[in-house]
Design a protein around this ligand. Structure first.
Ligand SMILES: [Zn+2]
Length: 61
């Protein structure tokens, strides 16, 4: 059964948002980062895990 990575809701009643890590990794594998019942859960998960910390797309002025 698919459940939300953040709140553990059953995703069968949602249109889930799934997140995969892109082709950035050098090992060539796509990893599933998680799946969420909506963007609110995704956003909360990102905040909680600090996933935007150290992101490389920083704008240098
Ligand atoms: Zn959720």
């Amino acid at each position: 059964m698919n459940t939300c990575t953040y709140c553990d809701s059953d995703l069968s009643s949602y249109d889930p948002v799934s997140v995969e890590r892109g082709s950035i990794d050098t090992d060539g594998e796509r990893r599933r980062e998680g799946q969420f019942c909506n963007y609110a859960c995704l956003s909360a998960h990102i905040d909680e895990e600090g996933l935007t910390e150290g992101a490389c797309c920083r704008i240098e002025l």
